[in-house]
Design a protein around this ligand. Structure first.
Ligand SMILES: [Zn+2]
Length: 258
């Protein structure tokens, strides 16, 4: 596999009209993708997609936005889904104090419950963090087990990057790296070892320059790879292959038979 988009939402309705064509294009270009669950419904959809297509994998979990809809039964269902071979992580889970779509205490409880689930099923985590860094770090540090996973759409500075790396986590780097205002993020990425980074799109959102403003898709991670390559003074091919290797190692990716 040439490149891996470690964070896509291929079940999103933005892809309803041309999902099959898009996935065929990924195969042709040898781009793998992890399609990320954000609710019970989208986790089921992610699993269905990953079971049907070689080069696609799924994660299951509840985004902090929907934390108020999560009960014990939901977590049990995630545990059942997590047993499928195509499921490679629990996520995206975490906290979001920017939009506050679920009460913060509920977000924290559901995040902790899903961290416990990840430990129980022995899968890495995909973290969502927006304006909630202090509480997120406190909850992560509260747990006894070592952390294995990725801080999805990392947007912090060099010191926060160091903190997350110190916890054993990888950084997910996507389209925002190409946005002019994100100088502190570029400095953080420049200082992060290449073997601790993953490429991601978060498609259909966060489209990189030069397509910013349009729908994002997994193939556009090449623009993120180019931006990292420029910062580090290495070739985009080197960035693509090393980050693909990182994703394979972290998530234990093996091609599903179709
Ligand atoms: Zn996402």
């Amino acid at each position: 596999m040439r490149m891996i988009d470690s964070h896509a939402h291929l079940d999103d309705r933005a892809f309803d009209k041309d999902r099959a064509a898009l996935i065929a294009k990924l195969h042709a270009e040898e781009i793998g993708a992890i399609t990320v669950g954000a609710s019970l419904e989208s986790s089921r959809a992610a699993v269905r997609l990953a079971e049907r297509h070689r080069g696609l994998w799924a994660t299951v979990g509840a985004h902090p936005h929907g934390a108020r809809f999560v009960d014990r039964k939901t977590i049990e269902e995630f545990a059942r889904l997590a047993a499928r071979p195509c499921v490679v992580a629990i996520g995206e889970i975490g906290l979001d104090y920017y939009r506050d779509l679920s009460p913060r205490d509920v977000q924290r409880r559901v995040f902790s419950e899903q961290l416990a689930l990840a430990a129980a099923v022995d899968l890495p985590i995909v973290l969502h963090n927006r304006e909630s860094t202090d509480d997120l770090l406190a909850i992560l540090r509260d747990r006894a087990e070592a952390h294995r996973g990725v801080v999805h759409s990392f947007l912090g500075d060099a010191s926060l990057a160091e903190t997350f790396l110190g916890l054993g986590l990888h950084l997910g780097v996507g389209g925002p790296l190409t946005f002019p205002k994100n100088g502190a993020l570029r400095a953080a990425v420049k200082g992060t070892p290449l073997d601790r980074m993953l490429l991601e799109t978060d498609c259909p959102y966060l489209t990189p320059v030069p397509y910013r403003g349009r729908r994002n898709e997994p193939a556009y991670i090449r623009y993120v790879a180019e931006a990292i390559a420029e910062l580090k003074g290495i070739s985009p091919e080197n960035v693509a292959s090393q980050t693909a290797e990182n994703a394979c190692r972290l998530f234990g990716l093996r091609s599903q038979e179709t």
